[in-house]
Design a protein around this ligand. Sequence first.
Ligand code: SF4
Length: 291
Amino acid sequence: MINVLAKLKKSSIRASDIAAQYWCERQMELNYLYGQKITAQIKKGRQIHGDLESETNVPIVLMPKAYSDVMYKGLYTSYMALQTLQEKKKTREVQIYGAINGFKLVGKIDQLEIKDNELIVQEDKTRGNDNLPSDAQILSHKAQVMLYRKLIEDITTEKYTAKMFKESYRIPNLILTDEFKRQLETIGVEKELMKVDSMSDTFFESLRKLGKISDTLYIRYINQFTGNVIKLHKLKYSEEEMLQMLDFVLKYWNGDRKSLPVPMEEKWKCNFCAFFGKECKVWWPQKGLNV
Ligand code: SF4
């Protein structure tokens, strides 16, 4: 059986990979094999996410020098984002971890908000115009936001614990560099928290206390040029639907099947794909026939 993660030179599955599988699984795979093309649209989208983050979260400037520092920075900034959530009832860019069927899962939640004592999960997507998203786009984004909700719930119900996280990422072996520790001292981090291990415990403890998670999830579509909200899509979380979705995507990661190209009725997506006619020729012979 093929080891798909090794083939794609990955150690974990990202929530965005699962979303991408619902757009075109073959394209998601090719992005790893040949490198994703960073378009102007992707750059603009990242800028908007950065702008929104600075509206709510306290900016944290840390310059990691090694993998252990990078890991710490991710945990610390997400922990601080959860502190912001308690104070301002809203926060952005929270890293989340989990495991499914032996695979490590990781993602970054765009927005968490507390309303009526419930935690609301929201995903933001930027668009190049004011057109409403297609059903195919919404399906892909729905998979992502549903997965975030599941990952938070797995932590609050202790299906996934700090201990499991620390074992799978070999956290006790990670030692911070002296220079990074000096940076942490400058920003006032307490000595006992200057270890990836203790920061992991503190971060998971904050996640565990998040309380009731709303079954209503949101996807907000934003025009990347005007910053205007095009649509706030609301959906209901269904555990059953989530498990079905995971069952489908994991067949690929388990190596039970090859990556799937889009089906014939969705071959219009190929017109927006950088691999069309090059690395992927599934629907290429029909290009002249209205692809
Ligand atoms: S060309 Fe079409 S089927 Fe092939 S990877 Fe791109 S979107 Fe998927």
